[in-house]
Design a protein. Structure first.
Length: 393
């Protein structure tokens, strides 16, 4: 549940909401199961989740389009279903797909919709806010899919809503149109409008939402600010090592280690030939048998060859990215060890989402490469012990 807020600052409160399809018992299906959250006035609240998680079923109850099977919902202090006449003039709704007459122009459709509203904003203002003012004289059937979504947004904001519900508002929009749409929504937020949305574009939610909730199988399983939700996931550091190391890995407290076999290609370069003494293009890089190209014959291994030596791909997950990375880099510099293909990044909302959506899939599984065997997560000391045993043998 979200942080507790005062009723005076909360425009939406949801308490133990259930929504069932079908009869009670085995033949019924609970699409929403005990959901609870609050939305503050003037904020953007993102409701995220996998397909079938219950997002739209929850929104329909908040919008007054469906009655809850159990629990209580308050929007602007009213029951949105029972008090629909009080709530409906104060909210705007953008469904996943509109159904306006295809033969009307954009302006005609907006005029017709404005006639059903209590206190509409000027049609031209709504069309400009949604970015379809330049298509005002075009018939709806001639609009692209993205333009129809922007028309849906214009209709949703036409009534000057205090609370705006957006169900996947930027689906089908190109990047420029998405940015223009969010600029318009940002203007509404600045004017005090509360926005509740569902979206599959997680980067939008991470950047724009004040609070969010992630639903899975009908329940809210993560909630908070984007930063709070992301902080629940570890950062990741990945790199590749040569097959044999002369020293042990450093101590990395609080870090989980995942290993996979890898093939490390080395740059092709000039190498010294063996006993023949001539310089040649070494195509080896292993023990003995480099191909000397002119000069001397092939004796000992040609240096710097284009070899495909075996190695180890390493993935570390850590709650302290900066400290773990500093220890690793100091260790590599101290012993002259290259960390090939080094990549370090903090967690993202996408990773938090995937951790919920695919909870049965381990991070090691996510790191799996085709044809590579993956060892399970283990403390870093286990890898050091194994390398020590191999070196002593």
């Amino acid at each position: 549940m979200l942080n507790v807020v005062d009723e005076d600052t909360s425009v939406i409160t949801v308490t133990d909401l259930w929504r069932r399809y079908g009869p009670v018992g085995r033949r019924g299906y609970d699409a929403v199961r005990g959901v609870a959250f609050s939305v503050r006035r003037g904020e953007l609240f993102a409701l995220l989740g996998t397909n079938g998680a219950g997002k739209t079923s929850t929104l329909e109850v908040l919008e007054g389009l469906a009655r809850p099977s159990a629990g209580t919902v308050r929007v602007l202090g009213c029951d949105p279903f029972r008090d629909r006449r009080l709530v409906r003039p104060r909210i705007g709704i953008m469904l996943q797909a509109g159904a306006f007459p295809a033969d009307l122009t954009v302006r005609e459709a907006a005029w017709a919709w404005a006639g059903t509203l209590t206190s509409p904003r000027p049609v031209a203002e709504a069309l400009e806010l949604a970015g379809v003012h330049d298509r005002a004289t075009v018939r709806i059937r001639q609009l692209s899919g993205g333009e129809r979504r922007r028309l849906d947004l214009a209709m949703a904001v036409l009534g000057r809503p205090e609370v705006l519900f957006l169900d996947e508002p930027t689906t089908g929009l190109d990047p420029e149109s998405r940015r223009a749409t969010w600029d318009g929504i940002g203007n509404l937020l600045a004017a005090g409008t509360t926005v509740v949305l569902t979206t599959h574009y997680l980067e939008e939610a991470e950047v724009l939402a004040n609070h969010l909730a992630i639903m899975h199988r009908g329940r809210v399983v993560r909630t908070g600010t984007p930063a709070e939700v992301v902080a629940s996931q570890p950062a990741r550091i990945s790199f590749e090592l040569d097959a044999e190391l002369p020293v042990e890995l450093p101590e990395l407290p609080g870090t989980q280690l995942h290993l996979a076999e890898a093939r490390l290609g080395r740059r092709k370069g000039k190498g010294k030939g063996g006993d023949g003494g001539g310089d040649g293009d070494g195509d080896g890089g292993g023990d003995g048998g480099g191909d000397g190209d002119g000069g001397g014959g092939g004796g000992g291994g040609g240096g710097g060859g284009d070899g495909g030596g075996g190695g180890c791909a390493v993935l570390l997950t850590t709650a302290d990215l900066q400290q773990t990375l500093a220890v690793l880099l100091a260790w590599g510099n101290r012993h002259g060890i290259r960390l090939h293909n080094l990549d370090a990044r903090s967690a993202s909302l996408e990773e938090a989402f995937l951790a919920v959506a695919q909870s049965e899939q381990t991070l090691a599984g996510e790191f799996r490469r085709p044809g590579r065997a993956v060892r399970p997560a283990q403390p870093a000391r286990a890898m050091r012990a194994r390398r020590s045993d191999r070196m002593s043998a």
